[in-house]
Design a binder for this molecule. Structure first.
Ligand code: SF4
Ligand code: SF4
Length: 342
């Protein structure tokens, strides 16, 4: 393992992390256990919990990376369903003690009023709940009775004073629900709503035929731009770079890592290329030295390099990889040609 001070920051070829004020994120899949069996889930449903000692190691390791890069950090506690993990509260306490912001990614169905209050009391300010459409579409993916429970969970969180983000995974099936979901989010007092594309990995692979075309994506973006609402519609998906032209786009290789319950490190939860294991490797060494991380930062290697939006967008490398088996190449869902007259 190389020592910290041998890593000159200038080694990072495209230092998104320094030019933008985004926190560096670490999405930690603390358990594969889940009370639901969603059709698009990328988690293979084995009842595997991360050991708490491994979590502690991972947080220490992450803290070192944050200190070296001099950036703020966020830990996303995800699953499975993270609220089923036995050490969830200890983990939140530890993350906060290390001056890292904890966020919970949940299906919302287990959030009773008392769990919501506990989350608040533990100092968690942000929780993300997945909704995959209005009742019919949501339950097509997530199972009968889950819509009401998720909405109850959101209400309980909002009542407890927690900022809720609703996360919607878009497919051909639920795009008709977009405006209604934004309205619902507003009524529920949700702060943000975020729309992401389906990545056909894990169980999501069976839904490949529901993936959106470039034209459909362009139309969705135009529709989202027309919606007037108090809810913040999150525009972090790389394609928004085509419109807003803010340097960034796909952050894999730049400002994030993901971790699986057995310690496997990935560049992003939606990009399942193992980079090492937290038991043996430091995030610092992987961040600076791993060829995949270098490749992700080198935007000259891809077909996208010829595009005028390459520094703002670069597509979703997770989707490129899932659909083509390669890391380079243009995002097959690129909507650029249909946004020309925007
Ligand atoms: S060609 Fe690549 S960088 Fe350009 S808009 Fe499409 S996906 Fe984004
Ligand atoms: S690979 Fe996709 S999901 Fe991951 S950071 Fe890039 S755009 Fe986001």
């Amino acid at each position: 393992m190389r020592r910290l001070n041998y890593y000159p920051l200038a080694d990072v070829p495209f230092p998104l992390v320094f030019s933008l004020n985004y926190p560096f994120y670490f999405q930690i899949q603390v358990t594969e256990r889940c009370n639901l069996r969603c059709k698009h889930c990328y988690v293979e449903t084995k009842a595997v919990d991360m050991d708490f000692s491994l979590f502690v190691e991972a947080i220490d390791n992450f803290r070192e990376l944050l200190d070296l890069l001099r950036v703020r950090g966020t830990v996303y506690l995800s699953g499975g369903e993270p609220l089923l993990w036995p050490w969830i509260w200890d983990a939140i306490r530890l993350v906060r003690r290390k001056k890292i912001v904890p966020r919970i990614l949940t299906n919302g169905t287990l959030i009773t009023p008392s769990i919501a209050k506990k989350i608040k009391k533990m100092g968690v300010k942000y929780v993300q709940v997945s909704l995959d459409g209005l009742r019919e579409n949501h339950e097509y993916i997530r199972g009968k009775g889950t819509f009401r429970l998720a909405v109850m969970g959101i209400k309980n969180l909002v009542r407890a004073g927690i900022e809720v983000t609703v996360m919607v995974t878009l497919t051909k099936r639920n795009i008709g629900d977009i405006e209604a979901l934004v309205k619902l989010a507003e009524i529920l007092g949700v702060k943000r709503i975020s729309f992401q594309r389906l990545v056909p990995i894990g169980h999501g692979e069976e839904l490949r035929n529901l993936m959106l075309s470039s034209k459909e994506i362009a139309n969705i973006m135009k529709r989202l731009l027309r919606i007037e609402t108090k809810v913040n519609i999150v525009k972090r998906e790389p394609f928004w770079g085509i419109i807003y032209k803010i340097p960034g786009g796909c952050s894999a290789g730049h400002i994030g890592f993901a971790l699986l319950p057995d310690g496997t490190i990935l560049p992003c939860r939606r990009l399942p290329i193992p980079l090492g294991n937290i038991k043996e490797n430091s995030l610092i060494e992987i961040y600076f030295d791993h060829p995949i991380m270098k490749q992700l930062r080198n935007r000259n290697l891809s077909e996208c390099s010829k595009c005028e939006y390459v520094m703002y967008c670069y597509g979703c490398r997770g989707i490129v990889y899932a659909l083509t088996g390669k890391l380079s190449g243009r995002d097959p869902q690129c909507p650029k040609d249909f946004l020309a007259h925007h």
